[in-house]
Write a protein of this length. Structure first.
Length: 264
């Protein structure tokens, strides 16, 4: 039996006071995810765990036919309310588990799942379903938080240093490198590749952003002149793209593998 709050709307976990590093990370993650989906007039796209529907609306704005699948009734209702402001966009909202998508095999040209896979209680089953409903030459795009990032490693090493060598008692509560309570899986690059590679022919594995979540770094970025801060963030992002194992977020995309369990 699943124990899941289907009325949760996630407003309590979305940062409201985002600094430059957070804004850059979320913007880049969205840009790259949507770019790999390849929205275009007439293309059929699926947004899994679509939340407030912001990505589905962005894809629909490019004249794609978009389905937004989200299990939370409250989040789906909020998304529909936001859709009213852009009535010309074609987005179909429905409630669905990611690991039991109510679509025939090969229904979509591309499927995206951004920042949600580690919230699923059966993530590999969800990847299998995403691959199943994607056409053979289509693409599944996954954006996943990396808890083995350089930032997580540095934060952990700093805490160990303060506790063991300096004898400091650190504040209680979740640390930067700890998996939040609403995540089921602590993803690192090898696990991402293992689960995704079982169901996808991987074409893209790249990182997004470096050093996100480090408080000292965030404060420094805020103090820098805006053009300098942007240049530094862009430079680190270019490095992260080549070193996904150290990046704050990993982007994986590939074509579905066809087998007896997911063939059309």
């Amino acid at each position: 039996m699943r124990v899941v709050d289907l009325d949760r709307d996630m407003r309590d976990v979305i940062p409201t006071g985002a600094g430059r590093d957070s804004e850059f990370l979320f913007q880049r993650m969205t840009e790259r995810t949507l770019a790999l989906a390849g929205a275009a007039p007439g293309r059929r796209l699926l947004d899994v765990a679509s939340g407030f529907g912001q990505d589905a609306r962005a894809l629909a704005a490019q004249d794609a036919l978009v389905v937004a699948a989200e299990p939370s009734a409250r989040m789906s209702a909020l998304a529909r309310g936001l859709d009213v402001e852009q009535a010309e966009l074609r987005v179909l909202h429905l409630r669905s588990w990611a690991d039991a998508l109510p679509f025939a095999a090969g229904s979509f040209d591309a499927v995206i799942c951004k920042g949600a896979l580690d919230h699923f209680d059966a993530p590999e089953d969800a990847i299998r379903e995403m691959a199943r409903v994607t056409r053979p030459r289509g693409r599944v795009v996954l954006a996943i938080a990396n808890f083995d990032s350089a930032a997580c490693r540095l934060a952990h090493a700093g805490d160990v240093l303060r506790e063991t060598l300096l004898g400091r008692v650190l504040p209680r509560g979740r640390r930067h490198y700890d998996v939040p309570h609403d995540h089921f899986t602590r993803y690192e690059l090898p696990l991402m590749r293992e689960q995704a590679g079982a169901h996808l022919h991987l074409e893209v594995t790249e990182g997004i952003s470096l050093a996100w979540g480090l408080r000292a770094w965030a404060r420094l970025v805020e103090r820098l002149p805006a053009p300098v801060a942007q240049g530094v963030l862009v430079g680190l992002d270019a490095l992260a793209r080549k070193l996904p194992g150290l990046a704050d977020v990993v982007l994986i995309a590939g074509r579905p593998r066809r087998s007896s369990s997911n063939s059309a």
